[in-house]
Design a protein around this ligand. Structure first.
Ligand SMILES: [Zn+2]
Length: 76
């Protein structure tokens, strides 16, 4: 089932899912989850790429793909 971006005013198809990890103060961005989860948010590619996190938080980008496989990183 297709889902769309959760950002207000954006109706682009979602390509990524992110969640807030309050314990570690991390925002974890990953490829689009198969199923929607109430604690997660789906966003389009544009909004995933422009993701910002609160002060003191860390953004963890777990997405894989041609765009993120830069330099020495190799897929298993
Ligand atoms: Zn969007």
């Amino acid at each position: 089932m297709k889902r769309s971006c959760a950002r207000p005013g954006c109706s682009s198809p979602a390509t990524a899912t992110f969640e807030y990890n309050y314990g570690d103060q991390m925002v974890i961005l990953d490829v689009l989850a198969d199923e929607a989860h109430p604690a997660n948010y789906d966003v389009c590619r544009r909004h995933a790429d422009s993701m910002t996190v609160p002060n003191g938080w860390t953004l963890v980008d777990r997405r894989r793909g041609p765009a993120s496989l830069a330099g020495h990183l190799t897929a298993p």
